[in-house]
Ligand binder design. Structure first.
Ligand SMILES: *[C@@H]1O[C@H](CO)[C@@H](O)[C@H](O)[C@H]1NC(C)=O
Ligand SMILES: *[C@@H]1O[C@H](CO)[C@@H](O)[C@H](O)[C@H]1NC(C)=O
Ligand SMILES: *[C@@H]1O[C@H](CO)[C@@H](O)[C@H](O)[C@H]1NC(C)=O
Ligand SMILES: *[C@@H]1O[C@H](CO)[C@@H](O)[C@H](O)[C@H]1NC(C)=O
Length: 474
């Protein structure tokens, strides 16, 4: 066992050294971490608006699943949903690219496998385009690859382009042409550009003014796009699981893991959440990692469950749900609903707001919750099926506690979200059962509202998901 353990450690260090070409001080998967502020910028959206966007994203999630299985060979364009990046219900991070570093604001998205920024092409190159898409205009904040000493295009003949970038175009004009991508959106909008590598600069946590450079990060330079989807941000930070995602890359430099804590979605806009690469001080188990060869134990107060990095759900992160209980009673939900093999399965998604449960699970959950709430007057409120008037005739909120909902994961861990995460304030005095019905067969999606007020750690190295109740105040 000890020998096997040492081998694992050596492999990790070699991989880190080879991939990163980082400063000698990087220290493999040492105790350093880097932290981004997660910002919410768009004005608060109505729940109906959130549900509409979730629906479009769901179309993306399910079309992606199909593409991976049936159309993998023929498809060159990755379908994404329109509205996935409009900014509402999304979290943004500040991100610096190139040398010297140019600042951007990107959507942090666990469902993306390409990090890209809007790019400004050299005027001569911009003229020679067969693309019908309008070019990124120069008054927008754009990345200028020609102004970065460290930008290196990836040729379309390279193995990286052909094998690792699932979204790259198959056609290659000449072997040295840059590796091109064409993201197609459900509503006909699209983003096009070429892929290269460049350095990114990230702030190290707990060390004011101290930065780390991550070299050779795969980055898309989007020179043309259409659609409303990209107006709110300068691009997308890929937190999905894949060979070239930012999450995989940054995690390999910082302890093999990343984490985020989402404040209440109704909290003031200035309340800050963080995205952390490396050990999170609030969930610190790094010393335990070093001491034990097996998977690290969850620190006190934290729960853990296997993280499923299945090719069928990539770049999304899957979890094994064992069941859901309401008020202590385990609901009767067919096992197939949680089983990827049988057309089900569950993923965690930072880009979906409302949790979406495949039909049989949805039916069981709302039946159980609504039974307990049956004494309250029903109210119609889009997009939910079950809304209640929580105001008594005297004008005060009625004193009815929502029943406790528990999601049971593999590994005997339980997510016990606060009631406000699933019986949601929809209007003054009105609360709704805040889950949506998803198609069956189909994936269920644990959205960012159900994830709120928890710290979530994606331990890619050990394939573990850890979570812990937190107010996310620091
Ligand atoms: C314009 O682009 C096409 C295809 O990418 C290329 O074959 C052609 O040589 C380019 N023309 C000029 C003037 O750069
Ligand atoms: C990741 O890279 C490996 C080895 O290069 C390759 O076999 C695999 O298909 C890649 N996976 C994805 C999702 O691109
Ligand atoms: C947010 O802003 C409000 C008022 O503008 C202020 O009272 C509050 O302290 C701020 N909170 C944080 C976390 O900065
Ligand atoms: C809820 O009930 C209160 C008191 O019965 C009433 O005044 C209020 O208008 C109702 N609200 C809605 C949204 O129906």
């Amino acid at each position: 066992m000890a020998g096997r353990c040492r081998l694992v450690v050596v492999v990790v260090v070699v991989v880190a050294a080879a991939l990163l070409a980082a400063a000698a001080s990087a220290g493999g998967s040492g105790g350093k971490s880097a932290r981004f502020e997660l910002l919410r910028l768009a004005p608060a959206a109505s729940l109906a608006e959130l549900a509409r966007m979730d629906g479009e994203r769901m179309a993306f999630i399910s079309s992606r699943g199909r593409r991976r299985t049936a159309e993998a060979a023929s498809a060159f364009a990755m379908p994404l949903s329109s509205g996935a990046y409009t900014g509402t219900g999304q979290y943004f991070v500040r991100f610096r690219v190139g040398t010297p570093a140019q600042p951007f604001l990107l959507v942090a998205d666990t469902g993306s496998d390409l990090t890209w920024v809007k790019c400004h092409r050299h005027p001569a190159a911009a003229k020679n385009t067969s693309s019908p898409l309008p070019a990124v205009s120069s008054h927008q904040r754009t990345f200028r690859p020609d102004k970065s000493r460290t930008w290196a295009p990836i040729p379309c003949s390279s193995a990286t382009c052909k094998e690792s970038l699932s979204f790259s175009l198959a056609a290659c004009a000449t072997p040295s042409s840059p590796c091109a991508y064409d993201y197609r959106y459900k509503d006909g909008s699209a983003a096009r550009g070429t892929v290269g590598t460049d350095s990114t600069t990230i702030a190290l946590s707990g060390r004011a003014g101290k930065n780390a450079k991550l070299r050779g990060v795969v980055l898309g330079c989007t020179t043309a796009y259409s659609g409303q989807s990209f107006l709110a941000s300068d691009g997308v930070l890929s937190l999905g699981y894949g060979n070239v995602t930012f999450a995989s890359r940054a995690a390999s430099r910082f302890g093999g893991r990343f984490s985020y804590c989402l404040v209440d979605h109704l909290a003031p806009r200035n309340a800050t959440s963080y995205l952390t690469f490396g050990p999170n001080p609030a969930l610190s188990s790094s010393s335990a990692d070093a001491a034990s060869c097996s998977s690290p134990a969850a620190p006190p107060g934290a729960r853990q469950t296997p993280l499923l990095l299945d090719h069928r759900t990539r770049p999304f992160y899957g979890v094994t749900v064992r069941g859901i209980s309401v008020a202590g009673e385990l609901l009767k939900i067919p096992r197939a609903v949680w089983d990827v093999e049988q057309g089900g399965g569950a993923i965690l998604d930072s880009g979906t707001s409302l949790t979406m449960l495949a039909k049989p699970a949805y039916r069981a959950v709302v039946a159980a919750l609504s039974k307990t709430l049956a004494g309250l007057p029903r109210v119609d409120m889009d997009p939910f099926d079950y809304c209640y008037n929580w105001t008594s005739p005297s004008g005060r909120d009625v004193d009815v506690a929502a029943p406790k909902l528990t999601v049971h994961f593999a590994g005997s861990s339980r997510l016990e979200p606060p009631a406000k995460s699933y019986v949601i304030d929809a209007a003054p005095g009105v609360k709704c059962i805040g889950v949506q019905e998803g198609p069956w067969p189909g994936l269920s999606v644990i959205g960012n509202i159900l994830q709120q007020e928890h710290l979530w750690e994606y331990d890619l190295k050990n394939r573990r998901l850890r979570f812990k109740r937190s107010r996310c105040t620091h």
